[in-house]
Write a protein that binds this ligand. Structure first.
Ligand SMILES: *Cc1c(COP(=O)(O)O)cnc(C)c1O
Length: 408
C-alpha cells in the first residue's frame, strides 16, 4: 500500500462524514447541486493568514499571488487580509480590481506582457515588474505616448535559487527577470527617463518546506538587493523578496516553521545598510495562504476490479485537479492527501486506486492507497485543493467543463 499525503489540520468528522467548517460534505454538495465541487473555508484562510502575520516582522508586507486562486469570493476575503496583490496578466489585474483592490496595491509580473497589458497597468498606476530590457523600453514608450508616469520595478534573475524548492525560478539562464549584473544599468535608465522607480522584485523559488533554506534565500536576496542598490546609487523604495513557503502535500512532508523564518527575517531587517534603511519589504505567497483551505469533492460513479486491484472511478479528475494527478510540476508521482469523505472516520479496510473520469492513464487521484471500503455514491475528498486547482487544470479537456466552487 502506498502512503497518502498528510490531511491539513482543522478537518473533523460529523456523523462519520468529513465536515468543512461545521458543514458536512454531503450538505455542501447538496447546496451546490452536484459534484465535482471545490469548497474553500473562510475561517481557514483567516487562520492561516493570522498565524503568518503574527510570525513575520511588522515591517514586512504580505502579498497574495492571485494566480493560486482567483475565485472572486476568495479574492474578497484575501483583499481584507493582505497588503497587496501580485498579478500575472491583465485578466488577473481586472479580477483584483473587481475584488476591490486599489491599483496602488497591485504589482504585475510575468514574461510576455502585451502592449495592451502594459498600457492598462500604466493607466491604472499598477506597478510593473519588468522582465527584460525590451519590456522596459516598450513600457517607457507607451507611457511617453500617453503622457503618463509609469511605476516601474525590475524583476531580477538572481544568481542563486531556493534550495529544496519544488519550482526553481532563479539561478542560470531563465525567461524570468533581468540577469542581476544588467539590473543597475536598466534601473539608472528608468530613473533618468523620469519613471517612478519602485524597486526590485527577486523571486528565487517556490514550494519549499525547509525554514533553513528559506532563511538562507531571504538573506541572499537582501544581500543582492543591497549590492544592486549600491551599484544603482540610489536608495531602494521597495524590495519584493519573493515567496517560497510551501505546504505539505506528500507523505513525510512537514509544514514550514514560519516562526523561525520570521525571527531570522526580523533580525536581518534590524541590521540593514544605509540604502535599504527605508525600503518597504514584502513577500508574495500563493499556495501557502490558500492551498490548505480548499477541498475538492467528487463522487464515486463506479467501483471495479481489474486483475485483483480495486478502482474507484469518480466524476472528477485531473481536469480540475491536475496537481493531485502528479502532472503539474512533479517528477515522481506521489499521493496527495485523499479521503473517502462520506466515511471520514472509518478505518482502512482495503487497498484501492481512485481515478478520474478522463480517458487517460494520467487521471489518477490516489494510487494503491488504504481506504475504508467505498462504493458508488460515496464522496471522495482531495485536500490541499485551494491553490492551483480550478485555476491551473485543463477544465476543457474531454468536455466535462469546470467544477463548482464555493466559499463557506
Ligand atoms: C506563482 C508566483 C508566486 C506564488 O507562488 P506560490 O508557490 O503559490 O507561493 C509568487 N510570485 C511569483 C512571481 C509567481 O510567479
Amino acid at each position: 500500500m502506498k502512503a497518502l499525503g498528510p490531511i491539513p489540520a482543522g478537518f473533523a468528522a460529523i456523523e462519520g462524514e468529513l465536515a468543512i467548517d461545521g458543514h458536512k460534505a454531503s450538505e455542501l454538495v447538496a447546496r451546490a447541486g452536484e459534484t465535482p465541487l471545490f469548497v474553500y473555508s473562510r475561517r481557514m484562510l483567516e487562520a492561516k493568514f493570522a498565524r503568518l502575520r503574527a510570525a513575520m516582522p511588522d515591517r514586512l508586507a504580505i502579498h497574495f499571488a492571485l494566480k493560486a486562486n482567483p475565485f472572486a469570493p476568495v479574492l474578497e476575503v484575501m483583499s481584507n487580509l493582505v497588503d497587496g496583490f501580485d498579478v500575472a496578466s491583465a485578466g488577473e489585474m481586472t479580477m483584483a480590481f473587481k475584488a476591490g483592490v486599489s491599483p496602488q496595491k497591485i504589482s504585475f509580473a510575468g514574461p510576455g506582457k502585451r502592449d495592451a497589458e502594459l498600457m492598462a497597468a500604466i493607466h491604472h498606476g499598477v506597478t510593473l515588474n519588468l522582465e527584460s530590457e525590451g519590456e522596459a523600453e516598450r513600457a517607457l514608450a507607451i507611457a511617453k505616448r500617453e503622457g503618463l508616469t509609469p511605476r516601474l520595478a525590475i524583476r531580477v534573475n538572481p544568481d542563486f535559487d531556493l534550495k529544496g524548492s519544488g519550482m526553481k525560478m532563479g539561478g542560470g539562464a531563465k525567461p524570468f527577470g533581468v540577469d542581476a549584473e544588467r539590473v543597475p544599468a536598466l534601473a539608472r535608465r528608468i530613473i533618468e527617463e523620469g519613471a517612478e522607480w519602485h524597486g526590485l522584485h527577486i523571486f528565487a523559488g517556490s514550494q519549499a518546506l525547509s525554514a533553513d533554506a528559506i532563511i538562507e534565500t531571504q538573506g541572499q536576496t537582501i544581500d543582492l538587493a543591497a549590492r544592486l542598490a549600491g551599484e544603482i546609487g540610489a536608495p531602494l523604495p521597495h524590495c519584493n523578496l519573493g515567496g517560497g513557503m510551501g505546504i505539505p502535500y506528500f507523505p513525510g512532508d512537514e509544514p514550514v516553521d514560519v516562526e523561525a523564518v520570521g525571527t531570522a527575517l526580523a533580525a536581518r531587517l534590524a541590521d540593514l545598510p544605509e540604502l535599504l534603511r527605508d525600503t518597504h519589504f514584502n513577500i508574495e505567497l500563493g499556495r501557502y495562504l490558500v492551498g490548505e483551505a480548499g477541498v475538492y469533492l467528487t463522487r464515486i460513479v463506479d467501483r471495479k476490479v481489474s486483475h485483483g486491484e480495486v478502482f474507484l472511478v469518480t466524476d472528477g479528475g485531473l481536469h480540475h485537479q491536475l496537481a493531485a494527478s502528479g502532472n503539474f510540476g512533479t517528477v515522481v508521482r506521489r499521493n496527495y492527501p485523499v479521503a473517502i469523505a462520506s466515511r471520514f472516520d472509518a478505518p482502512v479496510e482495503e487497498e484501492a486506486s481512485i481515478v478520474g473520469c478522463l480517458c487517460t492513464p494520467m487521471d489518477k487521484l490516489a494510487d494503491k492507497a488504504g481506504f475504508p471500503r467505498a462504493d458508488v455514491g460515496d464522496l471522495v475528498a482531495i485536500f490541499c485543493a485551494g491553490a492551483y486547482g480550478a485555476s491551473a487544470s485543463p477544465a476543457m479537456f474531454l468536455g466535462h467543463g469546470p467544477a463548482h466552487e464555493m466559499l463557506v
